[in-house]
Write a protein that binds this ligand. Structure first.
Ligand SMILES: NC(=O)c1ccc[n+]([C@@H]2O[C@H](COP(=O)([O-])OP(=O)(O)OC[C@H]3O[C@@H](n4cnc5c(N)ncnc54)[C@H](OP(=O)(O)O)[C@@H]3O)[C@@H](O)[C@H]2O)c1
Length: 368
């Protein structure tokens, strides 16, 4: 792991202060210096090796940008991200040194993500090889018509790659362990009491996409232990990553342990507890960023509460993808590794009493 100390050193050598990285930067900056600063920041972000179904040597940066802004369902509240929002945010993220981008066709802004990446590559800000792009195959009705099962999954890779304007993604995930949607696969038809066979057929498709080179690693998302066990029972490739909701109000530490014992990297989503998803009408009126314990620990470390939350996740071996369109927040998120929490501080955050509604997304335990 490269330390925050190295990051500071690189910035000093470049004659660049952290403040210069924030705000709406670079409009007047010399493009070459902007690219150098971005590269220096990127080099200082740690990465973890991916195991199981991943090409040998593949590493995943510990921080990415989330691009899922609830565009698919305005009724669910939260910030709406469209192609324009995603294009602007992802381009800025790359310029500031972000290298991992968490996308999905179902977020309905992946075309914007693809445009930002193509423009950044064309402008010489980054190469395709330096980036780590994640996408997801749909289920649960997020993409109209998308479904689980072998064939229904295989047909999704074309639109994913063309919207991203690339030949391969770095990581492809099964978005949800169920329901199967309007799948034509016999294993997924109807409403079976368990979606086990359907889930296994979907994983077969991901394995084939991996073998064909459409993705450099494959994994799952929102998979609980029983869902992972379905994949383990196949005795084929194991997922390299499981992306699951994780923040102080919802942290399934048994699931983290289960994954880590099997070399499955745990990727936490909604690390800020999705504060924009918070209209009181929805019953979600808490933000982990404003928890007194988090704010107090931030003060001790001269850090921002957001950095404390991200450091808390990494202290559990959990990698993160906070969503932000604010360049100042991007900079904070890229530099969170400077915060090293004590055992006592980690325990204090884990002990925060969650609000009654303590989960942003639906509970995947409902899928058998
Ligand atoms: N696999 C799945 O089923 C699944 C489900 C949900 C999410 N995800 C992924 O995980 C990503 C993140 O989760 P999320 O979008 O639900 O929630 P989140 O990242 O916890 O919260 C996003 C909110 O946090 C704010 N924020 C980000 N960084 C900040 C900082 N440093 N300081 C202050 N505020 C900050 C953003 O506001 P500003 O824009 O103002 O900074 C935004 O309103 C998604 O975008 C998506 O890529 C995956």
């Amino acid at each position: 792991m490269v330390s925050a100390y190295c990051l500071c050193l690189v910035l000093i050598l470049l004659g660049t202060s952290n403040a210069q990285l924030g705000g709406e930067p670079h409009d007047n900056a010399h493009p070459e210096s902007m690219v150098s600063v971005g590269r220096a920041v990127a080099a200082a972000v740690s990465s973890v090796p991916l195991r199981n179904a991943a090409v040998p040597g593949l590493r995943m940066p510990v921080v990415g940008i989330g691009t899922g802004g609830y565009a698919f369902s305005p009724s669910q509240h939260g910030e709406i991200w469209n192609d324009t929002t995603a294009q602007k945010a992802v381009r800025k993220w790359i310029q500031l040194g972000g290298r991992r981008i968490d996308a999905s066709y179902s977020y309905t802004d992946q075309i914007g993500v693809g445009k930002a990446i193509a423009a950044a590559i064309a402008a010489g800000e980054v190469t395709r090889e330096e980036l780590f792009v994640v996408s997801k195959v749909g289920s649960g009705g997020l993409i109209p018509g998308a479904a689980m099962g072998y064939n229904d999954t295989m047909v999704q890779i074309g639109p994913i790659l063309s919207s991203l304007q690339m030949k391969y993604v770095d990581l492809l995930l099964i978005h949800w362990p169920g329901p199967p949607g309007k799948s034509k696969d016999p294993a997924c038809q109807g409403q079976p009491a368990t979606f086990k066979t359907c889930r296994q057929q979907t994983w077969k498709a991901l394995q084939d996409m991996f073998k064909q080179g459409s993705t450099r690693a494959i994994g799952v998302s929102n998979f609980e232990q029983n869902h992972l066990q379905d994949i383990i029972d196949m005795k084929e490739l194991l997922p390299s990553v499981n992306q699951v909701e994780y923040h102080p109000y919802w942290h399934e530490d048994d699931l983290v342990k289960f994954c880590q014992e099997r070399n499955i990297t745990f990727n936490g989503y909604s690390p800020m507890s999705c504060p924009d998803y918070a209209p009181p009408t929805h019953g979600w009126s808490h933000s982990a960023l404003q928890e007194p314990v988090v704010m107090q620990i931030a003060q001790v470390h001269s850090a921002d509460p957001s950095q404390v939350l991200l450091a808390w996740e990494l202290a559990h071996g959990v990698v993160v993808n906070p969503r932000t369109r604010n360049p100042d927040h991007m900079t904070l998120n890229l530099q969170f590794e400077k915060v090293k929490l004590s055992t006592d501080e980690i325990a204090k955050i884990a002990a925060i009493v969650p609000p009654e509604k303590n989960k942003v997304c639906p509970d995947p335990h409902q899928y058998k």
